[in-house]
Design a protein around this ligand. Structure first.
Ligand code: MG
Ligand code: MG
Length: 249
């Protein structure tokens, strides 16, 4: 069942979203050649806890980090590690959530380290642009398929592919709530969008094949099957009578 949010709840979610977004900004300042993904995770954890919040991901389904940090062909759910050291030319996805006063934030960015390939840069920009195309379709009266279709159209026009195995979601008192928010679909189809709906739109976009593999050894990391690059961009949003608003910074 979809938990629609009232104005007070949406206001509270903006606070969780703000802390989440700020944690990402702080993390971004630390992303450079030679830093480990463990160090980035510690920076994020410290910032969230200093803000009076809790890292949403820490311990969720047993996840050992405060953020998911996924490099290059890793799509999502990378485990922060002292052994994983960032190199120039990498693209680094940081996915963070902060739980604050009863509500979760959930945002992700893809960061280019030093000089990256033109394709990597275009992949990152296309992923961001596809997110905002999805946002433009997130209006009361539209349908869920309008969001997915808008994202998919931007991505496929650039010759990239939408990961289908993982999708966006409702968000609120739980990190993952109903409804599902696919990054693909048919315009005019699916659930109707209504005021009070709060969702995380999060395109995961692959340079090559949409197919992904799950790492059975570490139990978490998802990689592109062809081991080409992947990018991610995410924010939570609410539909209000004044239109959609981003619940982050
Ligand atoms: Mg996320
Ligand atoms: Mg999410």
């Amino acid at each position: 069942m979809i938990q629609l949010k009232n104005a007070a709840q949406i206001k509270a979610m903006r606070e969780a979203g703000r802390i989440t977004g700020e944690a990402l900004l702080v993390a971004r300042e630390h992303v450079r050649e030679g830093v480990s993904t463990y160090e980035l995770d510690q920076v994020i954890r410290h910032y969230i806890e200093k803000s009076g919040a809790k890292p949403s991901f820490l311990g969720l389904y047993g996840f050992p980090g405060s953020a998911c940090i996924s490099v290059n062909d890793e799509v999502i759910h990378g485990i922060p590690s002292k052994k994983r050291v960032i190199r120039a030319g990498d693209i680094v996805k940081i996915d963070v959530g902060a739980y604050y006063r009863g509500f979760h934030g959930d945002s992700a960015r893809t960061i280019a380290v030093g000089k990256v390939s033109d394709t990597a840069q275009r992949l990152i920009e296309t992923t961001r642009r596809s997110f905002f195309a999805g946002v433009d379709a997130f209006n009361a009266g539209n349908r869920m398929g309008d969001i997915g279709n808008a994202i998919q159209t931007v991505v496929e026009n650039e010759g990239f592919s939408v990961v289908k195995r993982y999708i966006g979601h409702g968000i609120g008192r739980d990190l993952h709530e109903s409804p599902d928010v696919p990054n693909f679909g048919n315009a005019g189809r699916g659930r109707r969008l209504v005021n009070g709906m709060v969702i995380a739109i999060e395109p995961m976009i692959n340079q090559g094949t949409a197919a992904v593999d799950f790492d059975k050894e570490d139990g978490w990391t998802v990689r592109s099957r062809d081991r080409k690059l992947s990018a991610h961009y995410e924010n939570p949003l609410a539909i209000t009578p004044d239109g959609p608003i981003l619940l982050t910074v």
